[in-house]
Design a binder for this molecule. Structure first.
Ligand code: ARG
Length: 588
């Protein structure tokens, strides 16, 4: 369905043209003064200059031309030259009725679906997931869901950090502890065992121990670097160990992401890009882009229009080792080869923005990506504690994601068991569902690039702009609908009738903004716009609920119309929270 604002603009444009003014003046926007009108057009003010006429006169003419137009219940000139508009209740009821008949609530699928790859998550193998990875997972998942819902082919890639010193550190520590393992026998030529020689718990202890030791002991660090080099240059035993590390880690990561309702189409890692590096580097040299500077191989990426200095993109270190940059560029090589994406979106900490500017420019300049492939960086801010500093455990350490999720679960459970007569089991399950909404909505309702304070008390509140408030609203609607069904009535095929009260009209206006809100969130890669939309919709619903006696309505036709509105509100809210990556319980 076409968006309400488009339809209104069309009518107002026609009116401007019929009065002898240019089309471009007919643009309508949402009202800045909801107390006066629902929509407004400021075109008369602009036209006044061009036509040398008082703006109010133009607004009056256009308002006159709109008289009798069934779309509006009000088209009023207002000083100095605004045109204030209200939709007619009949038009709105018809529009909302059509939305409810449409499987996508009036949102059209895109005509030309794009292939969009989304690089998010970015966990590092063998290191536990920590809260820093939370934002990438939550935001990336939502961007992907919004893109898919619009009709695009979206492919999420977790882009594991599985290639670097951390692997050498683990291998070094293992060798120290279990030198007799077959992986360390240089003469061994047989098959390696299928079982890993460690569990995830051990792995998570080994890495920080090794990392700590390497900081104290230069010889240890030397050994880890040597192990990393050997791993990357064909040591069979080490490569078999790497496979074990990956398997054990990935199994654990999948479980963690599943708990967050986050999933990836691709589980590729930095290591998957390595085979593409030699040819890529050779080509950069052959084409004359890469040159040696202070021993390192670099590509210039600065541009004349740069306000600040953009340093060259480093491709190889002086010892020939590849870097984070090299891997990201080589990853683009296989992404182009295998998927030829129209767009690649990176959801990464905003502190990596300069880095990605270098990588994008380098990829474009050296022809790794086609000119029509868009590279987009969605940088997110830091999640802070209530003290305004990066989120830490009470002891000041890095907080593990699992710990954080468990804390919120616990908090939610206490709240739910306190005001309910639910069984222990139901309360636990419900708490999990609601807690996830608290965490995700708490994050997604902020513009991604901003830092935000992770405030468990506020996020878990059933009131205010929170996930639990949205869920509470959905549960309330479900419960009314259950009561209605239990009374033996059915609203099937009933008509949504023109609003008779202000709160009913507001709810319908809010519903009618669905397609515009989702399109906006997609175009701006901005899940917070979905949050803003459902917060407004939930508020509009709750006002409607308090001001209208839905179950007590004696006129059955009217009541059935209400029920249809409720169903549509529930469906749209549920669709939207699915785009945000969480769901609603049956009751709470
Ligand atoms: N593993 C990285 C980290 O933990 C994030 C990866 C981001 N994505 C990328 N393509 N570089 O910081």
């Amino acid at each position: 369905m076409r968006e309400v604002l488009t339809l209104i603009t069309e009518e107002v444009t026609k009116a401007f043209v019929s009065c002898g003014y240019e089309e471009k003046y007919g643009k309508v926007s949402l009202s800045n003064r909801p107390d006066l009108c629902e929509f407004q057009c400021n075109g008369a003010m602009a036209a006044a200059k061009a036509y040398k006429k008082a703006p109010i006169l133009i607004a009056q003419e256009v308002a006159e031309a709109l008289k009798g137009n069934g779309m509006f219940s009000m088209a009023e000139p207002c000083k100095p030259g605004f045109l204030n508009l209200k939709l007619s209740e009949e038009f709105l009821a018809k529009y909302v009725g059509e939305m409810s008949e449409d499987g996508r609530f009036g949102l059209e699928t895109v005509e030309k679906p794009k292939t969009i790859m989304i690089d998010y998550g970015g966990p590092n193998v063998a290191k536990p997931l920590h809260v820093g990875h939370l934002r990438s997972a939550i935001i990336g998942e939502s961007i992907k869901r919004i893109g898919k819902y619009m009709g695009h082919n979206c492919i999420g890639d977790v882009h594991l950090g599985d290639w670097g010193l951390q692997m050498g550190l683990i291998i070094t520590e293992l060798k120290l502890r279990q030198p007799d393992l077959v992986y360390f026998d240089p003469d061994y030529t047989g098959e390696y065992p299928k079982e890993a020689p460690f569990t995830i718990g051990e792995l998570e202890e080994i890495y920080p121990t090794a990392s700590g030791k390497s900081k104290e002991d230069p010889a240890y660090k030397e050994a880890a670097m040597a192990a990393t080099y050997e791993l990357q240059h064909g040591n069979r035993g080490y490569q078999a160990l790497l496979k074990h590390i990956l398997d054990v880690s990935v199994t654990d990561l999948k479980k963690n992401y599943e708990n967050l309702n986050v999933s990836f189409e691709l589980w590729k890692g930095e290591s998957d890009a390595q085979p593409y590096i030699p040819d890529m580097v050779q080509k950069m040299k052959d084409d004359g882009y890469a040159y040696i500077s202070e021993g390192a191989l670099v590509v210039d990426v600065k541009e004349d229009s740069d306000a600040k200095e953009i340093p060259p993109c480093m491709i190889l270190k002086s010892d020939g080792a590849s870097l984070y940059n090299t891997t990201d560029l080589a990853t683009l090589v296989w992404r182009m080869k295998d998927y030829h994406p129209d767009e690649v979106i990176y959801v990464v900490d905003k502190r990596q923005e300069l880095y990605f500017t270098q990588v994008f420019r380098c990829a474009r300049k050296t022809g790794i990506v086609d000119p029509d492939t868009e590279l987009k960086f969605v940088g997110f801010g830091t999640m802070n504690g209530k003290d305004g500093r990066p989120f830490k455990t009470r002891e000041g350490g890095v907080m593990r994601l699992e710990t954080l999720v468990n804390e919120v679960d616990e908090k939610m459970y206490e709240k739910i068991i306190e005001n309910h007569t639910m069984s222990e089991e139901e309360a636990r399950n419900t708490a999990k569902i609601v807690a996830l909404s608290a965490i995700k909505y708490g994050d997604l309702s902020n513009q991604a690039s901003k830092d935000y304070v992770f405030d468990v008390d506020r996020f878990t509140s059933f009131e205010g702009n929170t996930g639990p408030y949205i869920l509470y609203t959905i549960v309330r609607i479900k419960s009314i609908l259950k009561k209605y069904a239990a009374s033996g009535k059915s609203a099937e095929g009933a008509e949504i009738l023109p609003a008779e009260t202000a709160s009913q009209k507001d709810l319908m206006l809010s519903l009618s903004q669905f397609n515009a809100a989702i399109r906006g969130a997609y175009e701006e890669t901005a899940p917070h716009k979905v949050c803003a939309y459902i917060y407004e919709l939930a508020n509009a619903f709750n006002r409607f609920y308090h001001e209208n006696n839905i179950m007590g309505e004696a006129d059955e036709k009217k009541q059935a119309g209400f029920v249809r509105l409720l169903e549509l509100t529930r469906d749209i809210l549920e669709q939207c929270i699915d785009l945000l990556g969480f769901e609603a319980p049956e009751r709470m």
